[in-house]
Write a protein that binds this ligand. Sequence first.
Ligand code: HEM
Length: 165
Amino acid sequence: MRPRAALRALALLGLGAACSSPSPPQDAARDRADDLADTRVEDTRPPPRDIPRSDGGLNIELVEERVFGFYCAVPACHSGDMPTGRMNLEPGRARESLLGVRARGVQCGATDNVRVVPGSAEMSLLVHKLEDPRPPCGAQMPLGSAPLDPELVALVRRWVEAGAP
Ligand code: HEM
């Protein structure tokens, strides 16, 4: 075999080998994708049910039962003695944690945001944290999972607008 032909054959052999085995970046990307898939929180949330349409019956107990107690006051989040954002949303605790209370978490604590201004959803950090993909400070809530069902977000907004009874 002529030297040049031999060289080309060798080069082709090398190229074939490079294409068949996945490159380190591809491995890393696949590993990352696997890691991400493993960390995704399974969406076990029940669909919202019989949300009252009018403000009748709209009170903090209802919002605690339908939203805070199920989506926020979960372990390692807004529950227990060291709640995230220094804000406990367990049933019976939400009122003292929210109404007229300035933000106290690491990301929002340095701002003038107030968690709930009764009567004004626009001025209430809580509503923006639920509605806005990019809230005025920190991340959208609930952290680490899909945004809440719009019906539940609307329930919270109506509760605040109704004066947060
Ligand atoms: C729909 C349910 C939830 C609501 C309404 C909610 C609301 C909020 C609000 C208003 C803040 C700002 C508090 C402040 O700075 O004063 C906040 C911060 C935070 N929340 Fe949530 N949250 C919810 C669910 C969750 C969940 C499930 C987790 C945990 C996975 C979580 C983790 C956090 C963390 C880590 C912060 C930031 C704390 C900081 O800046 O120091 N939240 N949340």
